[in-house]
Structure formats: structure tokens, C-alpha cells
Design a protein around this ligand. Sequence first.
Ligand code: TYM
Length: 330
Amino acid sequence: MREIVVSGIRSTGNLHLGNYYGALRNFVKMQHEHDCYFFIADLHSLTTHPDPKMLHTNVKSILAEYLAAGLDPEACALFVQSDVPEVAELYLLLNMHVYIGELERTVSFKEKVRKQPENVNAGLLTYPTLMAADILLHRATKVPVGKDQEQHLEMTRRFARRFNTIYGTEFFPEPASYNFGAESIKIPGLDGSGKMGKSEGNCIYLLDDEKTLRKKVMRAVTDEGPKTPNAPKSEPVENLFTIMRIVSEPDTTAYFEEKYNTCEIRYGDMKKQLADDILKVTLPIRERILEIQNNDEYMRKVVAQGAEKARESAAKTLKEVKKIMGFRSF
Ligand code: TYM
């Protein structure tokens, strides 16, 4: 079945392995089979007050990374969120049926309140509404995201259901999260706990050169090694295995599992292998990023074409939404 697919990545820094395996790789796989809308979420990045001098540069670097990873602007709509102003209008309309209490209970919001109490702005609180607007604007059925976005997607489904119920319509489908190989993915960081994330400072970037990448992997947190056969793994070691299961061949992971279970593992060897396998994926992408990065003319064409495709679909949805809500022209 042909699905309508929508997804985006915030423009707050370069793309890391979590972004790639949680989202981008799936974008590339889905683009030829479905109607896909992939964007760079620059409006979402405003919640952290980026330096205006950097805003455009950040968007450009993500665009180069999207293209280098294999997104084909002829196959999908590839655009910048702020080039489609319809999203802001849908965000406003949806917000009328979104309640402060449910926004305050969002895990990502509570985390921000804890981490940056000096900047708890309304954009942060209503972040899930803007994300729902991104998705519902194209009446998406599938949203390729990593595990950390599941709650936002659940809220999107709730807002869609609520709209349909209030206005007695079936207008919005309830979008499902999507990942090849069934389960959503969470790529852990290299610092022993938690996810790989831009604000966590524990990332391997697609743009890392070989030396930097090897150094990061070799320095990843581990433990003193297993003392008894088949011992349970500590979190930092489990994290390395998690990345290996995603990046390396099954045989390779099985080999190191066996070594771990027989207490013969040398983490240095495992890390070297892991770095080799990551580099196989990232180095060719890195080379293409460097090529595309300076091709302003090409990037300009790509986003103009993407915005046109996205705005066409957005305008159609918004017109219907306003009709359903009772707006009429004189
Ligand atoms: P963002 O920019 O934080 O992350 C972009 C995508 O990368 C995934 N991801 C991960 N997946 C697995 N393991 C990790 N460690 C990891 N870190 C990040 C995220 O799940 C996401 O898929 N709010 C979104 C951007 C957004 C969006 C949307 C996504 C805005 N509107 C509409 C989908 C649909 C965000 O901040 O993702």
C-alpha cells in the first residue's frame, strides 16, 4: 500500500549516528515506494534560540547531509520547514484543542524544564503541537522516527482523533511510527548511559573524519570486563553491543558475544572492529557531504522544488481543515 510519509530532523547541529539509523536511513529506503515529505525542522530549532548568523548555515549543512545520505529530491519532497508557512497556521488551529496539562506532562518538556530552567518558553511547551502540524499537514500515515519521538507521535495521534471527534469527521488519519525491521531504534551514546544526542555531547557524526571517529570509539566507556562466564552486561558494554548489532554483520556481533560469554573479550579489539564498521557507512557519506556543501546553486534548486511540492499538499489540507472548522469566505 502506498503510504503518505512525513518526517524531519531539527537543524541544531550536524547529523549523528542516532539520526541516521533512527530516521535518515529509513527516509532513503522509503522515498521510492511512498509519497514522502522530508524536511529540515528549522522552526523547531528556534526553541533553543540559535544565533541568527548560524540559522541558515545549520539548515544548509543538514540539507547537504540529507542529500549525501541518498535522499533524491526527484523522488520525495525535500524542503525546509519554514518555507511552508501553512504549518504555522495549522499549528495555531490545532493549539485550540490542545491542553496545557497534557503538554506539561510530555517527557521531553519536563526534561527541558530540568535542564534549561532559564528558558522554558511557550514554543517548548507547544513543541508537540508544531510536530503534529508537520505531520497532519500532509495527512501522513507513516512517520519514520527513532524511539525518543514515540511520545510525540502518540500525541499527534491523539490530536488527530480529537479533531475528528470534535468535528464529526474522518479527515485526519492516525499516523504510525515506522522503522525497517519493526521496532523503533534507540542508538545509545558513547558515554555509558542514555541516548546519542546533540545536546548530550556523546555523538559520532556523519561528518567525523576517520581519526576523530576512531578516537571517539576507542574512548567509549566500558567496564573491567566479565569475571564469570555468561555474566550480564553492564550498561556501557551493552550499549557498545547495541551499536554493533545495528552497524556490523551478525557474524561479527556473534563473535564478540561469544568472547564476552567466555570472558575472553578484549574491548580494544571490539572497539577497533566497531570503528571499522561504522567508517564503512559514514566515510562515503562524509565525502559526498563535502562535495555537496559548496554547491549552493544545486541546494537552492532542491529546496525551491521541495517547497513547491510541500506547499501544494499543505494548502489542500489547510483549506479542508478551515472548511471543517467553519471558516467561510464572504
Ligand atoms: P531530532 O532532530 O532530535 O532527531 C531526528 C531524528 O533522529 C532520531 N534520533 C534517534 N534515533 C535513534 N537513536 C538516537 N539516539 C536518536 N537521536 C535522534 C529521532 O527519533 C528523529 O527521528 N521533533 C523531532 C523533529 C521533528 C519531526 C517532525 C519528526 C519535527 N517535526 C515531524 C517527525 C515528524 C526532533 O527533534 O528530532
